[in-house]
Design a protein around this ligand. Sequence first.
Ligand code: NAD
Length: 258
Amino acid sequence: MDLNSLAGKTAVITGGGSGLGEALARLCASSGLHAVIADIDLGRARNVAESISAGGGSALAVHTDVARRDSVYALAQICRDHFGGCDYLFNNAGIAIYKPLIETNEDDWNRSIGVNLLGIVNGISAFAPAMIKARAGSHIVNIASMAGLVPLEGFGIYVATKFALVGLSEVLAAELASSGVGVTVACPGWIATAIQPTDTDAPQPAFPSELSRIILPEVAARIILDAMLAKRLHAPTHPEWRETVAARSDVLLDAFTS
Ligand SMILES: NC(=O)c1ccc[n+]([C@@H]2O[C@H](COP(=O)([O-])OP(=O)(O)OC[C@H]3O[C@@H](n4cnc5c(N)ncnc54)[C@H](O)[C@@H]3O)[C@@H](O)[C@H]2O)c1
């Protein structure tokens, strides 16, 4: 299956106003899909939608807060009204907080769990039942992170939500296996987006040089869409992280024999 075979179908991209979500929206639209750009920042979503429309693509901007269940259900209704439903759901919206765990506060946790975890749960609840019923061959793509596979110091809350998202996605894939709805969980390393800490006064994360490669959002989007088309459950975008993931797995497996 190639990208052009998706023409005429509908993709919903949460957090589609910026970064990876914007790149996913543009790639979907350039492949002939209707791109529904759902973002808490309506101005950003509109800018992306207008630019896609100006280029001849089909795009709709919708104000959505993924952390609010009613907001995501309203998004699903808008998709039904405009396009009859959703074929490809990209649960992409996410936030990152960089601070040691002992310095985190309740608000940090509530915001991160609200967007990075409950935001995905809301997307699944609002869209999956109709996808199962009427859209065989449809697909849910959850954007996790390498931080969902290996612990990264300084990103404790983010790691907690992304590990949870990887587990949730694996369960969802098993539970939907017979329904015709596929599931992919993407685990990118670094991508050049606004989520990177940019304040030079703030402490910056430091990683070994072999794990520091930053790719363009367009490159990550293409890898993720290709994984979706191939119906792969896991979509790591940075192969150089493999050894780090293996090392963590080895420590875990060794614990069973020691
Ligand atoms: N940039 C990276 O290095 C990287 C690496 C791995 C995974 N990711 C993941 O990729 C996804 C996209 O991140 P990005 O790097 O493009 O970030 P970004 O900050 O460029 O874009 C995130 C978008 O999500 C929107 N958003 C935030 N909270 C929202 C909410 N409650 N409801 C709806 N929209 C909301 C923002 O307005 C923004 O447009 C996230 O899930 C992130 O965890 C990013």
